[in-house]
Design a protein around this ligand. Structure first.
Ligand SMILES: [Zn+2]
Ligand SMILES: [Zn+2]
Length: 309
């Protein structure tokens, strides 16, 4: 059969209706005001049926802001996801010009770095660097750096894979959380990932957004369970990521992947399971508790590295 010439009388199947904000999602529920189809992320329960987020927004003009599924402010585009990708790419460009950025800002508990390119062997004294020696910024900066283009075996794929996942997951999670809550989930996951590396592999230098991306996946999984709506296939994604964590353990930081995933699950629960009353306040308290847990891990790691004298 030649697909380009359907048999006479054959009819193209009616395309399934899709969400007006997400053309890739099937949706049969219509907004009672504008009659457009809207997926569960883009509609809110109304007195009668459902309204889409845009009609909710215009209906509440001046009185109350329309909110995302978990309480954030609705934006037209995934601004935070785009900003995070731009930051990662900008940092990569800096690395290409100054490769020593990796050593200085990667996640490293404690270690002796290679001397700078222009060092004087007569006067250079090797010394210990790392988080345990006061360079706390590494817990965050390491998540925005990636392996150089010639590094075996990932090379340029390191940043390409991470940004691909960040783009695909970030848009959906930001849509549910809004900018602030989304950034909190992402940055907490980055910190949780770094803290786990600091604790379990303090003498290795690690970089990459994958810990934070694993956190986004964990957050997505929890929020999808809570919402009863899972357009990206969360279970499948979890299996894929855990498999990757195990298979890549020889050359990537499984500690960082695990730390990011666990933090993302916790932060997702902190945001998703806050009660409707005082939701913003409870979410902030919950997230602070997750941050405190991450800090405890970092303190334990520091204790391990600092000999008692
Ligand atoms: Zn509408
Ligand atoms: Zn939608």
């Amino acid at each position: 059969m030649d697909a380009a010439h359907p048999a006479p009388g054959a009819q193209a199947p009616e395309a399934a209706p899709t969400c007006f904000r997400h053309p890739d999602r099937e949706s049969y529920v219509r907004c009672t005001r504008c009659d457009r189809n809207a997926c569960p992320d883009c509609r809110r329960e109304a007195a009668v049926g459902y309204q889409c987020v845009e009609c909710v927004k215009s209906g509440h003009q001046g009185t109350r802001q329309a909110r995302t599924a978990f309480g954030g402010r609705i934006t037209a585009r995934p601004y935070a996801t785009v900003a995070l990708i731009a930051l990662n790419v900008a940092a990569y460009l800096v690395e290409l010009v100054r490769p020593e950025t990796l050593d200085r800002f990667g996640v490293l508990g404690s270690g002796v770095l290679a001397p700078p390119a222009d060092y004087d062997p007569a006067t250079y004294v090797p010394h210990l660097s790392g988080i345990a020696h006061g360079e706390w910024e590494r817990l965050l900066t390491g998540a925005f750096l990636h392996l150089g283009p010639t590094t075996w075996p990932m090379g340029i794929l390191h940043i390409v894979f991470n940004m691909y996942w960040l783009w695909n997951l970030g848009r959906v999670v930001e849509d549910r959380l809004g900018v602030l809550r989304f950034l909190a989930l992402y940055l907490l996951s980055a910190l949780g990932s770094s803290a786990m590396i600091y604790w379990l592999a303090p003498h290795s230098l690690a970089v990459g957004a994958s810990g934070a991306v694993f956190g986004l996946a964990g957050g997505y999984w929890v929020l999808s369970r809570r919402q009863g709506y899972d357009p990206l296939g969360g279970n499948q994604m979890m299996i894929t990521l855990v498999l990757w964590m195990v298979l890549s353990a020889g050359f990537a930081s499984w500690q960082g992947h695990l730390g990011g995933l666990l933090t993302g699950l916790a932060a997702g629960a902190a945001l998703g399971y806050a009660p409707r009353q005082q939701r913003g306040l409870v979410q902030a308290i919950n997230l602070t508790a997750v941050l405190a847990l991450v800090a405890v891990v970092a303190v334990i790691a520091t204790d391990q590295l600092t000999p008692i004298s």
